[in-house]
Design a protein around this ligand. Structure first.
Ligand code: ACO
Length: 322
């Protein structure tokens, strides 16, 4: 393994102002607060305002991460935006974020790995920085998932929300203890049609809506998550008992609890924010990190495991010394 190590310097989150509760949803589709909470743990989600795009959410989270790092955009030379809901088919949302943040040097691009996008983006930024392709990265997960929903389909529209989270990642000095210790990324395309949009530029010339075989997703999620978690623990010589915090993709409380139980994690070490903002896809892990750093749970020196699983299927985990 390379001697070089990147570390997460800061984190920031942004949620749109408008809140939609389960009761609000029950006026649109045949559902109830009780059903949604019992099956998913979700109480509310945030919905982007008319004209508020993924790039706006991403830029807001990015600004917060820069502010928390105490640095200016001039000191960033790589922007990666993980998103499934780009402003446009092209250019990359990252390019629009680059313009909104006033950065005219370096490079910016998007990653599409659906809910695993942020973990994929961390792995990509880590490799690029170690290989000298950039020096300091703004890694963002941002989604306006509400725009992809079929608001007549109660099996999907209750699950998702909008938001963005961002981290500043940079190369550490030699011997620095904190850092991204290992990342494992996986996909298996045989499952693509279990969670997808029924449209796209090449197939239907439209964007489509989210379609999902919920039980199939549920069935695979826990096993895939635990596989990559054990892989990064093995790669670094750590065990579950060494973890201070487990920060999972916030899809569904039952998937989070299932993974936590299978891994033997005490519930108090698991960061849960899905009740507040539902499944924000690529934004969910950085939003959960932002919440746990802001309230003082995650502290410098803590051992933090992030993980996600989503459409493709894709899945991944990263072990980080904070
Ligand atoms: N409100 C009320 N009733 C509902 C709703 C709703 N919003 N949605 C479905 N139902 C009904 C169904 O119609 C069905 O009724 P029936 O028995 O009369 O046919 C009943 O509830 C049970 O439906 P199931 O789909 O079997 O419900 P299940 O217990 O499997 O829960 C859920 C559904 C929550 C989607 C579950 O399968 C799940 O958690 N799957 C994981 C999917 C997920 O989290 N996806 C997010 C994206 S993937 C990711 O990020 C990892």
């Amino acid at each position: 393994m390379s001697e070089k190590k990147t570390f997460i310097r800061s984190v920031g989150g942004y949620l749109p102002a408008q809140v939609m509760t389960n009761d609000d949803l029950s006026k649109i589709v045949d559902t109830s607060d009780e059903w949604i909470q019992q099956r998913t743990g979700i109480k509310q989600r945030h919905i982007a305002a008319e004209g508020e795009n993924t790039s706006d959410l991403a830029a807001a989270a990015g600004r917060k991460a820069l502010e928390n790092a105490g640095i200016d955009i001039a000191e960033i030379d790589l922007i990666i935006v993980a998103t499934t809901t780009p402003d446009m088919t092209f250019p990359a949302t990252a390019a629009i974020v680059q313009q909104k943040l006033g950065m005219h040097h370096g490079l910016a691009f998007d990653i599409q790995a659906v809910c695993s996008g942020f973990v994929y983006a961390i792995g990509t930024a880590d490799s690029m920085l170690k290989n000298g392709l950039a020096r300091r990265a703004l890694v963002i997960g941002a989604e306006t998932a509400s725009r992809l929903l079929d608001w007549t389909d109660r099996t999907t529209c209750v699950l998702f929300g909008d938001g963005a989270g961002a981290v500043v990642v940079e190369l550490g000095k030699p011997g620095e203890e904190r850092g991204v210790l290992a990342t494992a990324l996986r996909s298996d395309g045989q499952h693509w049609n279990k969670l997808y949009t029924d449209g796209g530029p090449s197939s239907t010339k439209s964007m489509g809506h989210i379609r999902m075989e919920g039980r199939e997703v549920f069935k695979h999620a826990v096993g895939m998550i635990t596989d990559v978690v054990y892989k990064v623990l093995d790669d670094t010589g750590h065990t579950i008992a060494d973890l201070d915090w487990f920060v999972p993709h916030q899809a569904n409380r039952r998937i989070i609890d299932g993974a936590g139980q299978k891994l033997g994690l005490p519930p108090e070490k698991v960061v849960v924010t899905v009740d507040r903002h539902a499944n924000t896809s690529a934004a969910s892990v950085p939003l959960a990190l932002a919440a746990a750093v802001a309230d003082g749970r995650i502290k410098r020196g803590d051992l933090v495991m992030i993980e996600a699983m989503g459409g493709g299927f894709t899945w991944g985990a990263s072990l980080i010394r904070w």
